[in-house]
Each structure stands twice: as structure tokens, then as C-alpha cells.
Write a protein that binds this ligand. Structure first.
Ligand code: AHG
Ligand code: MN
Ligand code: MN
Length: 336
């Protein structure tokens, strides 16, 4: 057990001190995201109570119904980050275009991309959900942000991370200098360092894929899966256990801590896959690589994929490097 108690604030500030040129804007931005995480965590833990307890307290002044949790999460991120002067703009999975800073408020040097609530089909059944985020330096010189500011490959991320609302709430982030995990102490409302310097274990335990889509898989994906299951006669191996939550954050988090691979391949129905490059694949790829793992679209490193539109999708293979490379090898061999 660690002797020191390190809050996320202290951790961010101490990292900042190692960069003498840092202005503090970036550190404050990370801390703002931690605040958003706490607000979303508070709402997710009482999600099922809203209809029972929320009627009076939660009906807004227009008498509208309680917001859906993913809309609430999106609005919280936008409300916390619009007026701080730290961002030039934001882009969210829930919003079609760029989210600009309201007129009259200062802009800053970064842009923020996020999936406010990942795994939303799991909300109503009390299964883990998450938030994913990435931070880029703006590219345009000044004034309102432009599309150019968002069309950056994941390798240019300044920071990325996710929050998992599970049996406890955790925030995991990286600025390219190790991956660090913090657990929320809900009593005091602080994220405390619980998982310093996360490395994906050498020996993987799990594979995570929606097996219900199997009939639409390519030969490469099918054979790769059989290999993971220890069914490849040419190359037998110990079978991995299957685990699939259907919340990318939760599936990724488990595999990051225990070792494994998550994949959402392309299919004839979804040639470009399901997951979003900017809000899901790139930030988690940044975390995976910084933890010693890898992420690929099946033939190319995710962090090298240059986005062409905000909501672009990509096939995703993410987890232990050895497994991701194996997926690429099967795809090259059988689908090439
Ligand atoms: P979101 O809730 O943000 O739309 O993301 C859902 C994603 C991801 O979290 C998950 O891994 C995947 O969709 C599950 O899709 P299937 O139900 O098709 O397996
Ligand atoms: Mn998602
Ligand atoms: Mn989402």
C-alpha cells in the first residue's frame, strides 16, 4: 500500500513543475475534467432514483423532464469548459459540429474532444459506463477554432484519458509520461492516486468482442478469434477467457489492468467499424501505447490515422501489443 495520499490535483501540479515553461493552463484543464467526472459520477450513482426522487428537484424551470444521462454528461462537460479561457473549442460524440466558445469569452491554446457517456446502452441496467477525452494543441493561430484544429492524428495528443463509473469511479490519464489511475473517494470528493504508472501485464487473460456479430466477420477476424480461443491447429495456444461488457471504457479498463485485447472489427454492415476515431479510438490508443500496449485499425496504428471528419469511425483492435500485432497478421494474411 502506498504511504502517501496523493490527490489528482497534487499529481497534476507536480507533473507541471517538471516543465518550467508550463503556464498552468493545461494543468487546470485536466483538473476541470476531473471536476466534470465527479459531477457525472454523482448523477450516475443515483441514475435509477431520478424517477422516484427527482421529480421535484430535477424538473427544470420549464417543467421539462429529467435529462437523459448522456445529454447531462455532455452538457456538464460543455458548461464546465466553455468559460475558462483554456480551450479554443470542443467536439463531442453527442454534437454534430464544433462546439465553439461563446462570444465574449476568452479562448485558449487547446481543443478538447470527448465521448461524454460511453456504453450508454448499459445505463438502464446498472452496468459500468464511462467518459473518454483527448486534448490537442490548437493548430489555427487565433480566433474561433477551425476544423484543422480537430483533424489531428492521435500521436499529436497532449493528453488523453477516461473515467469509469463502475463499482467505484476511477479516472485514468496520460500526458505521454506514464499512465496513472485515480479512484474517487466519494466522501471527500477527491480523486486519489490508486494506480500509479500502469503497465499492461505481459500475459493477457481476456479477449473482448461482440461474438453476436460473428457471421459478419471476415476470414481474418474469424481465424484470429479462433487463435485466441486456442482453436488454431497450426498455432495452438492457451485459450483466453471471453469478457464483453459492451462499454468500451469498461472493457478496455479491465484489459488494461489484467491484460487482453478488445476489438470491434469492420463488417459488411459496418465497413468502417462502429467506434469513433476522435472520441473513442485515438484517446484510448494513446493510453494503451503509454501503458506498453498497442492499438490498430487492423493494418495501421490508430495514432497515425489522420481524421477527415469529426465523427469518423474506425475498426479497433486494442490491448496487448503481441495480440494486436497478431490480429494485423491474420487480417493481412486472410483478408488482404
Ligand atoms: P456509446 O454508448 O458512446 O455510443 O458507445 C457504445 C460503443 C462502445 O462503448 C461499446 O464497446 C460498443 O458500442 C458496443 O457495441 P455493440 O453493442 O455493437 O457490441
Ligand atoms: Mn462510446
Ligand atoms: Mn457516447
Amino acid at each position: 500500500m502506498a504511504e502517501e495520499i496523493i490527490t489528482i490535483e497534487r499529481h497534476i501540479l507536480e507533473r507541471q513543475r517538471t516543465y518550467p515553461e508550463a503556464t498552468g493552463v493545461f494543468s487546470s484543464l485536466l483538473y476541470d475534467i476531473a471536476l466534470v467526472a465527479k459531477i457525472i459520477a454523482r448523477e450516475t450513482t443515483r441514475a435509477g432514483l431520478v424517477e422516484i426522487l427527482g421529480l421535484a428537484g430535477k424538473m427544470n424551470i420549464q417543467g421539462e423532464q429529467q435529462m437523459k444521462l448522456d445529454v447531462f454528461a455532455n452538457e456538464t462537460m460543455v458548461r464546465v469548459n466553455s468559460y475558462t479561457g483554456r480551450l479554443a473549442a470542443m467536439a463531442s460524440e453527442e454534437v454534430p459540429g464544433i462546439i465553439h466558445i461563446p462570444e465574449g469569452y476568452p479562448t485558449g491554446p487547446y481543443v478538447l474532444v470527448f465521448d461524454p457517456l460511453d456504453g450508454s446502452s448499459n445505463i438502464d441496467v446498472n452496468v459500468s459506463i464511462g467518459t473518454i477525452f483527448g486534448v490537442y494543441r490548437r493548430r489555427s493561430a487565433e480566433g474561433p477554432a477551425t476544423m484543422e484544429d480537430f483533424m489531428q492524428p492521435g500521436r499529436d495528443l497532449v493528453a488523453a484519458g477516461y473515467v469509469i463509473y463502475g463499482s467505484s469511479t476511477m479516472m485514468v490519464y496520460s500526458t505521454g509520461n506514464g499512465v496513472h489511475g485515480f479512484t474517487l473517494d466519494p466522501g471527500v470528493g477527491e480523486f486519489l492516486l490508486s494506480h500509479p504508472d500502469i503497465h499492461i501485464p505481459q500475459t493477457p487473460k481476456y479477449y473482448s468482442v461482440n461474438q453476436g456479430n460473428e457471421r459478419r466477420w471476415s476470414d481474418g477476424v474469424l481465424r484470429f478469434t479462433h487463435w485466441l480461443q486456442g482453436m488454431d491447429e497450426a498455432e495452438p495456444r492457451e485459450s483466453l477467457s471471453g469478457r464483453y461488457i459492451g462499454s468500451l471504457v469498461a472493457d478496455f479498463h479491465r484489459n488494461l489492468l489484467d491484460g487482453g485485447i478488445y476489438y470491434y472489427p469492420s463488417s459488411p454492415k459496418r465497413p468502417e467499424g462502429k467506434l469513433r476515431l476522435l472520441y473513442e479510438a485515438a484517446p484510448l490508443a494513446f493510453i494503451a501505447e503509454n501503458a506498453g500496449g498497442a492499438a490498430s485499425n487492423g493494418w495501421q496504428r490508430i495514432l497515425d490515422v489522420v481524421p477527415e471528419s469529426l465523427h469518423q469511425r474506425v475498426p479497433l483492435y486494442i490491448g496487448n501489443r503481441e495480440l494486436v500485432e497478431k490480429a494485423e497478421a491474420f487480417i493481412a494474411r486472410y483478408d488482404g
